[in-house]
Design a protein around this ligand. Sequence first.
Ligand SMILES: Nc1nc2c(c(=O)[nH]1)N[C@H]1C(S)=C(S)[C@@H](COP(=O)(O)O)O[C@H]1N2
Ligand SMILES: [Mo]
Length: 386
Amino acid sequence: MTSPSISRRTILRQGGAALATVSVLRLAGPAHAFPRAQDAEVVLWLDQPEPNPVPEAIVRQLAWEELDSWITPNDEFFVIKHFAQPELSEGDWRLEIGGLVDHPMALTLDDLKARERAEATVTLECSGNSAFPFNKGLVGNAAWAGTPLATLLEEAGVQADGREVVFWGADAGEQVWREVTITERFARGMSLDDALSPANLLAYEMNGEPLPPLHGFPLRLIAPGWYGVANVKWLTRIEVLDRRYMGHFMARDYVTIREEEVDGETVWTFTSVSRNRLKSAPAKVTRQGDSYTIMGAAWGAPIAAVDVRIDDGPWHSATITEPGTDVAWAFWEVEWADPTPGEHTVTSRAIAADGEVQPAPDDPLLAGKTTYWESNGHITRRVEIV
Ligand SMILES: Nc1nc2c(c(=O)[nH]1)N[C@H]1C(S)=C(S)[C@@H](COP(=O)(O)O)O[C@H]1N2
Ligand SMILES: [Mo]
């Protein structure tokens, strides 16, 4: 957490006065996915993230202007934790598999590593990302390695009445349900069908290193295509139930409430945060001499195209510079010809391979949403051209 990028960002966050004098930042280091950024200057956004009010929960976020590689390095990958971080030692740690299975198991990390190895590059986004001025960077892309969940569940022998698979973390905290105060562990459930997806990994490696403690050491679930919350860290138990699991993070928090009109009547619907939604974000504006480029990312679905607009002007097609995959972000860029000096807004929208378009903030789907989760509307950033 003392990486140069973080300390530099901390400096950038020290308010508007410092920003006004340091409105341009010289990029250092390799620029793998944004090659033209090599010796370009980054023009910092005017709307820098506000100070994080919950440092114990949002430990770290992506600094968009520093994005220069398709893979997010471990020490720049955002961190969300809801409870105090558990200290797990590899020696004592076991993964239990229990509930409605014929062969309950208790596996060591070595047992898991001895099993079939699988790798997947997966973008994780917290479903609370970009809902507030302080959380603009709760997204990252990493190469995860581990063992497939499905084969392990098959070996455990899920019984005929098994419907749901619950993933338990080692972390816990106090919650009040009605008048009862309990100590609840972080846990998330998935239907058996969803859990058996061959894409799901029990991951013990992140970008070629053992899973870092902040990201769930020794083991976490990686559920490609699901919002961050489904990817349970510090995993200790997998349990098969015959009914849905309704813990805090399924049924109270991470619940999206929408107001809808059905047959002329207003109804509110409640859904648990699950699969990713289509989204994009402008990452940075760079300048080389007099020419400006806008770069960004798009994720949440296989990306077919990205459009960008300046102020209230027309949409321009961006060039996809890294195509991404169905579960890993794409990168894009577009030239910004002759910007006029002064303040401008930059907005992007992603178009998925199936034709779905990232919704505008006034789309009924978003306008009727009363909770902040799954805020996947167009993102607008502000920039000043001097
Ligand atoms: N055990 C446990 N797993 C967890 C969490 C947590 O608080 N405890 N937070 C979840 C949420 S809300 C997100 S967005 C992702 C963040 O993963 P990261 O910190 O590795 O980026 O982890 C998920 N898994
Ligand atoms: Mo999250």
